[in-house]
Design a protein around this ligand. Sequence first.
Ligand code: CP3
Length: 345
Amino acid sequence: MTDPAQSDLVRAARGEPVDRTPVWFMRQAGRSLPEYREVRAEVAMLDACMRPDLVIEITLQPVRRHGVDAAILFSDIVLPLKALGAGLDIVPGVGPVIADPVRDMAGVERLPGFEPEALGFVGEAVRGIVADLGATPLIGFAGAPYTLASYLIEGGPSKDHAKTKALMWGAPDVWRALMSRLADISGRFLRVQVEAGASVVQLFDSWAGGLSPGDYRAHVLPYSKVALAAVADLDVPRIHFGVATGEILADMSTAGVEAMGVDWRVPLDEAVTRIGSGQAVQGNLDPTLVFAPWDVLAARAREVVAAGRVAPGHIFNLGHGVLPDTDPDVLTRLVELVHEIPLDD
Ligand code: CP3
């Protein structure tokens, strides 16, 4: 089997039978790995994302080390905005910071449009990674319009997203213009990655869980649908994920996806009931469990696998990204554990 489209991970995302439960980790390419810190020592985050040689190396590191069932492109949700010319940076320990936050229509109009040439390095990196991966699929990804908008409007990370919501409720024309522009960028960024060889995509709406279901449906979901529709004809499964989205899982699952990522707050069998549509699920071990004694972690990982059986397909993952202090050896051991659990257990 050399076709990533027939891999366990892609099959699970489509709800098809697998040989063993596939596993990968959100943020697997990053600070928990010493070999990553070494490569990144002299290079700023977003500069590294624009260098195909570094992107290829960092993307492959967790596959080599952990034996995970997929690679995820080393990049960031704000990378396309940066590459297209928006004034932003990723500040270590803080996250994306925007020089000139978007607060009105003039701010939206200042945003760059999508120029495929500006993202040529992404295609080059993806082709290099896919050539090396063989039968292991590469996951491409993008930030969903709402999560991208929250960084652009707040100017940086925010707990309550108050300015974002104020604009959403108070300036509907600005909101529509901004979200339409971001849906276009997000969808086209996904498409660049799939056309270069990614076998799966994940749309991260990390901060959508801060919205009520009504606001999510009215002001956010239509734009996520546009982004995901941009790869609908390319025959790759689409995964959708956000943090603390227990109350909007069913709504998110209508965005045009084959699989739903679930954070650790909702057990997977309960998530399947809430989603109610027979889609595959991905998740959802609490990322802090890696700091618990191994027996506790192993028992909880088995519970996640057992709960995931209720869905037609299950991709094992953490309920959010790998925390920087995680011991990489624990992740390797976790991959082995999940792979060894018999499917009829
Ligand atoms: O998952 C992977 O391993 C692939 C690479 C990846 C990164 N960011 C690399 C990164 C992915 C998929 C992302 C997505 C991303 N970026 C999201 C969605 C996922 C989620 O966590 O909800 C969000 C919200 C961002 C924005 C962002 N970028 C944040 C909040 C931070 C952390 C700030 C910090 O330093 O604590 C970043 C920086 C970032 N993105 C790092 C990495 C490896 C750390 C930067 C570094 O190593 O110097």
